[in-house]
Design a binder for this molecule. Structure first.
Ligand SMILES: NC(=O)c1ccc[n+]([C@@H]2O[C@H](COP(=O)([O-])OP(=O)(O)OC[C@H]3O[C@@H](n4cnc5c(N)ncnc54)[C@H](O)[C@@H]3O)[C@@H](O)[C@H]2O)c1
Length: 315
């Protein structure tokens, strides 16, 4: 049956659409933007539909058009966009999710998956971090909007039995990552990509930066697993490939491309943010036990795959 992916023209959305199509699903990729002319591309089995998740009438109409086995809700405003415009952040991330949840309830869509983030956690958290145990006390508008949307989803589950499931994803790494200016985690992709392409790279974060990362292919498999698992009793799941520091990634890149050149030019705003999650030990036991999902990559094999794609040796 068909799966609707909101934000389907976005970076994760296009990887996910390909994963779902490979598993035999038809995909409707809803987005307010057209898919870009750069990879990853939407697969032929995906139909792109224009729509704004803040427009309830449009969302109700699109969801009612065909029977859906699941909705995977990725459309949203990410970290620095939220800091720049908190009102837009809340309107899209919380208001848009409200519209989707209403559409799910009214149309009896069997499963609703929400793209959440490890940014729901604040800076000082005990290790290891476990869903439902580690307190979610964000210090950013982005994290705050996501935890409020999660809470709303859990409310719909309690009150109307909506099968709400959320993936708290680590920072996404992949080839051809594009982020608006000022992402505190772009370095995790660019150290590897620029090395593969032989382009020197001025790293904009603190030299001590680090974060749990999620390779785009692991994200696509994890979201697909969450949407298609018979049940997801814990409802909220971490997805992560592993922990990567800027120094680890530089060492991995240089082991493969000894001539790779890096310098640190720390941005005053990104520097402090980039070290918050450098020691986070994110448990992924719940996803393994309930969904049968484990990452297919390690940080090292992620680097090999990303660098091969960047060089055009793989796609
Ligand atoms: N990138 C990460 O590191 C990361 C980590 C954890 C969670 N997430 C979450 O995953 C989701 C997808 O992230 P991404 O990296 O693919 O971002 P992205 O910016 O590439 O994709 C988001 C998509 O949502 C669309 N969108 C924004 N507002 C919309 C609206 N009002 N109506 C319809 N579409 C709208 C955009 O056009 C875009 O195509 C987001 O919800 C994000 O918060 C991302």
């Amino acid at each position: 049956m068909t799966i609707l992916v909101t934000g389907g023209a976005g970076y994760i959305g296009r990887w996910l659409a390909t994963e779902l199509a490979d598993r035999g699903h038809d995909v409707v990729a809803l987005d307010m933007q057209p898919p870009p002319a750069t990879p990853p591309f939407l697969p032929s089995r995906a139909t792109h539909v224009f729509g704004d998740v803040t427009d309830r009438a449009t969302i109700l109409d699109i969801v009612a058009r065909q029977p859906l086995s699941a909705i995977i809700h990725l459309a949203g405003i990410v970290t620095m966009g939220c800091e720049r415009d908190p009102e837009l952040c809340m309107r899209v991330n919380l208001g848009g999710t409200t519209n989707l949840l209403e559409a799910v309830r009214l149309n009896n869509v069997p499963t609703f998956v929400f793209a959440s983030t490890i940014s729901v956690y604040g800076p000082h958290v005990a290790q290891p971090m476990v869903e439902g145990v580690t307190p979610a006390e964000p210090l950013t508008w982005y994290g705050q909007s996501k935890i409020m949307a999660e809470q709303l989803g859990l409310y719909y589950q309690r009150r109307w039995d909506v099968d709400f499931r959320a993936a708290r994803m680590a920072a996404i790494v992949g080839p051809s990552r594009v982020a608006g200016s000022g992402s505190a985690t772009m370095y995790t992709s660019l150290i590897l990509e620029r090395a593969a392409l032989g382009v020197p790279y001025d790293i904009d974060v603190d030299p001590a930066a680090g974060t749990p990362v999620l390779y785009a292919r692991d994200a696509a498999r994890g979201l697909a697993a969450l949407a298609t698992a018979r049940s997801a009793p814990r409802r909220i799941y971490h997805l992560s490939t592993g922990l990567a520091t800027a120094h680890d990634l530089i060492a991995i890149a240089k082991a493969r491309v000894p001539s790779a050149r890096f310098t640190f030019k720390t941005d005053a705003m990104l520097g402090p943010v980039s070290v918050i999650s450098r020691d986070w030990d994110l448990s992924i036991a719940a996803a393994r036990e309930d969904l049968g999902w484990t990452p297919a990559f390690t940080v090292e094999s992620m680097a090999d795959d990303l660098m091969a794609i960047a060089r055009g040796d793989r796609h």
